[in-house]
Design a protein around this ligand. Structure first.
Ligand SMILES: Nc1nc2c(ncn2[C@@H]2O[C@H](COP(=O)(O)OP(=O)(O)O)[C@@H](O)[C@H]2O)c(=O)[nH]1
Ligand SMILES: [Mg+2]
Length: 311
């Protein structure tokens, strides 16, 4: 801060830095004052620095003392006790790390997968709103939402919402599935039980891809094979659907293994070599259920969701 009397400009004699003003200058008293102030400032900075140094020295001495004490303690303590203490510390750290790992795995994401037209979007709306939203269904955008299941809205108490993603069956959009699988608590593979046989090959290929994904195998992500549209009398039974899929996947496994033994896209081989493929051989749990998205008969689907995303 420079004090300049009103109406006067800065004295050219004093404008150059570091120079003391001449005693005859009208600004002399002010500038002396300012100099004294800044000198004081200088002293105080110096004082703080000296204090810091002193404190640092003190701290150093204290640390050295502490270190010496610790060293003495370690030397005095019998090695068995020492190893015991180290063991306890390591065990505790390990224990907390494992707990964190498990906590991260408790996801609330359920994926609805399957070929286009199998009824995923209708099921999504049934789960969320309790209605099928006929006519407003598009299959190119993933429907996604975090909500308490419609059937649970009348229940009292706090219920954990479920994050449900309706993954479009279009093959162009399947890379998105890889990303989603890494965070899934469960996968629902929807099959059209009416138009089942014409789609058998395509459905098996899609299912095979999911079941051989490293994320599914390593994390043992449970899969529900959901035979949809059972409201129609022409719908196949869930046992028929399961057996046909097992047979088709068995054929696929043979042909894919023959093509390449190190297929990059399929990190894991399915089933037991030399045995006919069955879903029970999968490392992750595979269950079969029935539903009708159209009539709202989705209790087995809801049961699966609540088995893996606790309310
Ligand atoms: N009969 C019957 N038709 C269904 C059922 N679920 C879906 N659909 C019909 O199947 C078609 C495809 O359904 P959508 O949910 O769009 O399938 P997405 O492509 O898998 O999402 C629509 O015309 C639906 O009306 C069901 O449970 N029963
Ligand atoms: Mg859809």
């Amino acid at each position: 801060m420079i004090l300049v009397p009103l109406g006067s400009r800065r004295d050219p004699e004093t404008s150059s830095k570091g120079k003391l003003p001449k005693p005859e200058s009208p600004l002399f008293p002010f500038l002396r004052c300012q100099k004294a102030e800044s000198d004081q400032g200088f002293y105080s900075v110096g004082f703080v620095k000296a204090m810091d140094k002193e404190k640092m020295e003190e701290l150093k001495i204290q640390l050295r003392q502490l270190f010496n004490e610790a060293q003495g303690f370690v030397e005095k303590t019998p090695p068995t006790q020492l190893y015991g203490a180290i063991g306890v510390v390591l065990f505790t750290v390990f224990f907390f790390l494992i707990i964190r790992l498990f906590k991260r795995r408790s996801s609330n994401t359920i994926l609805l997968t399957g070929l286009s037209g199998s009824g995923k979007t209708v099921l999504f709306y049934q789960l969320r709103d309790g209605s099928s939203h006929q006519g407003s269904v598009t299959s190119m955008e993933p429907n996604e939402g975090t909500f308490v299941l419609h059937s649970e809205t009348s229940k009292k108490g706090k219920i954990k919402p479920v994050h449900i993603v309706d993954v479009p069956g279009h093959s162009r959009l399947r890379p998105k599935l890889d990303e989603l699988l890494t965070q899934a608590a469960g996968v629902v593979f929807v099959v059209d039980a009416v138009e089942f046989l014409p789609n058998l090959r395509a459905a098996s290929e899609y299912l095979y891809d999911i079941l051989t994904k490293a994320s599914v195998v390593n994390k043992k992500i449970p899969l529900l094979l959901l035979c949809n549209k059972v409201d129609k009398v022409t719908a196949h039974t869930k046992d028929f659907v399961r057996r046909q899929l097992e047979k088709e996947i068995d054929k696929l496994r043979a042909s894919r293994n023959a093509v390449s033994s190190a297929d990059i896209t399929n990190e894991h081989t399915l089933g037991v070599p030399g045995e006919a493929f069955a879903f029970s051989q999968c490392q992750n749990k595979v269950t079969v259920a029935e539903a009708s998205g159209l009539t709202g008969d989705i209790s087995q689907l809801e049961q699966f969701i609540r088995e893996y995303v606790k309310a």
